[in-house]
Design a protein around this ligand. Structure first.
Ligand code: BEZ
Length: 212
C-alpha cells in the first residue's frame, strides 16, 4: 500500500517489546509517530532510538506518543533495548513493534524492494489525533534521522491545527509565522491581534500566536 498525506493511518494489532498492542488504542487522542528501522543491533538505529528516548519530555509536551518498528522478533528487541540503554545512556520506554512477519511494514509501505527486499527503510509517519497522516519522511538506511527536526515539524503541524497559520522556511520556535492563505487580510487583522505584516497580499506574517 502506498500511504499519502491526508490518508487515514490504518489501524493494526502487533506484537511489541511491551506486549501486544492495538495501534489506535495505543495512540488514544494523542498525536502519534510511527517510525521504521532496518534491523536490530545496527549502529545508526541504536543512536536513533537513543535520541528518541532522550527526547521523551519533548514528545510528552507535544502530546505525542512514539512507536518504533523493526522486522526482528520480540526477544531480539529486548536484548537490543538493553544495549541502547547502556550505550546511549537512556531508557527506552516506548514500544518497538516486532514486525517479523512484515505485516505492518507492508501496510505502511516501509519496505522499498529496490533498496532492500526484506529490511525496512527509515520511514517516519506523523499522525494527528483524528488519525490523519500529516508527515511522511523516508531516509536511507545509512542516514540517521534528525529528531530535532521531527519536533520542529510537530510544532508547525500543531500551530496549523490550532491557529490557521503556516511556518516559513527554517522556522524555529518563537519566530514569526505566516497567515494561512484561506484567511483574508481583513479577517487576519481581527484574528491576530499581535499584528499582521503584509509583505504581499499572499505573504503575511504574524507573531507566533501561542507565545507571549
Ligand atoms: C544502521 O542502523 O546502522 C544500518 C542498518 C542497516 C543498513 C545500514 C546501516
Amino acid at each position: 500500500m502506498s500511504l499519502r498525506l491526508g490518508d487515514t493511518a490504518p489501524n493494526f494489532r502487533a506484537k511489541t517489546s511491551q506486549g501486544e498492542i492495538d495501534f489506535y488504542d495505543y495512540l488514544g487522542d494523542s498525536w502519534g509517530i510511527l517510525f521504521s528501522h532496518p534491523a536490530d543491533y545496527t549502529p545508526v538505529c541504536t543512536t536513533e532510538l537513543g535520541r528518541t528516548a532522550a527526547l521523551k519530555e519533548e514528545f510528552a509536551k507535544r502530546h505525542t506518543k512514539v512507536l518504533a518498528l523493526s522486522v526482528d522478533p520480540v526477544d531480539q528487541h529486548l536484548g537490543w533495548i538493553s544495549d541502547i540503554n547502556e550505550t546511549q545512556h537512556c531508557s527506552v520506554d516506548f514500544p518497538i513493534i516486532a514486525d517479523d512477519d512484515r505485516k505492518v511494514s507492508e501496510l505502511y509501505g516501509f519496505i522499498h524492494p529496490n533498496a532492500s527486499a526484506t529490511a525496512t527503510v527509515r520511514s517516519l509517519v506523523i499522525i494527528a489525533p483524528d488519525k490523519t497522516v500529516k508527515l511522511i519522511i523516508t531516509y536511507p538506511a545509512s542516514t540517521g534521522r534528525n529528531f530535532v527536526e521531527v519536533l520542529r515539524v510537530l510544532d508547525s503541524l500543531q500551530l496549523t491545527a490550532n491557529f490557521s497559520v503556516a511556518t516559513p522556511a527554517n522556522w524555529q520556535q518563537g519566530e514569526n509565522v505566516i497567515v494561512a492563505l484561506n484567511v483574508s487580510t481583513e479577517d487576519a487583522v481581527k484574528k491576530f491581534p499581535k499584528g499582521v505584516e503584509i509583505v504581499k497580499p499572499y505573504l503575511r506574517y504574524t507573531p507566533q500566536p501561542d507565545k507571549d
